[in-house]
Design a protein around this ligand. Sequence first.
Ligand code: MG
Length: 385
Amino acid sequence: MQTQKPHKNEFIALVAAGGAGTRLGAAQPKQFLSLGGRSLLARVCGSLAQVDNIAEIVVIHPPGQQPQGLSLNMPLTFITGGATRTASVQNGLAYAKAHGYHWVLIHDAARPFTRPQLFNQVMAQAREHGAAIAAWPSSDTVKRAGAEGFVAATLAREHIWLAQTPQAFKLAPLMDALAKAPRGLSFTDEAGLLEHLGHKVKLVAAARGNFKITTSEDWQMAKELCAWPRIGLGFDVHALTPGRGLILAGVEVPYHLGLAGHSDADVLTHALMDALLSAAGLGDIGRHFPDSDQAYAGISSLSLLRKVLALLTGEGFKPVQVNAVLMAQAPKIAPYVEAMRANWATALALPLSLVNIAATTTEKLGFIGQGQGMAAQAQAMLQEI
Ligand code: MG
């Protein structure tokens, strides 16, 4: 929450996230759906948080559906929206006025690809002209439709701009316009209302990529734009010691030494879990399963691997391929590799061919070559579910 009065040049950013998003046919409003591991709303707020001169971000959400888990290193406020987009934005404007703002930026939560630069351009033009909106100069010829699907007119393309958000305004004239708006008149955007009352609104050329996700076709296009795989890398080392079993990828390998550690010290599975967690941006196993926690004493690392998979699923990811290399001077692990791969494949619900484990010695060099310990390196590739 804003604790001091905003500077007179600072903007408040209103994120219109109050819609039910029913046209996509999903179980929840589209602004809460995950795209490449982050919700549309998180993407929009993350982008706004990179813009200078925005003092506070206000998310206007549907009644009873305050977004969870959204955190920014700047003031973030949640307010409840109304029955229509206009009513929701009015709630936001009332908040802006009550908190002493002079400038407001309005943006749709369903436009996840807006660049910070476009916010800056629209805000700069609003400062100069009082009101500015992002719009896309049409590259298609526009026809006005008449009766029964026939063309009534061809419009001059150079004058056609398709309105988007962000839209930025000086607050006082916009509040005035809202107060004077004829009852029952509805506008799809706030700029439309100002135009209706004779105010000038400056157009700022935006890219086609700043599209709003409305239909399932838009959603598909957005998913394809975010469909790059996520790669993670993990590395681990454990010392060899007498009196413990040698557990590698869940298989007990016969040897006179075992690996020392808090859990079963399965060095391969530890490297793999770090690779999976880092690919999802979830940190490492030390964060999720600290060795100060007695719950993990002697625990099977395969059971932790299943917990890691649940964490990934919660973030909207699934593993699609994992690879690892064990660095050990002895014993020979070739006879056990198939069983190790099968353990991982089962835990991660992957086909065996996408789970690979290699092994190497270090030519008797270093702590591994001297038989003091083992190391493992792993790589994981994730995709959005
Ligand atoms: Mg370890």
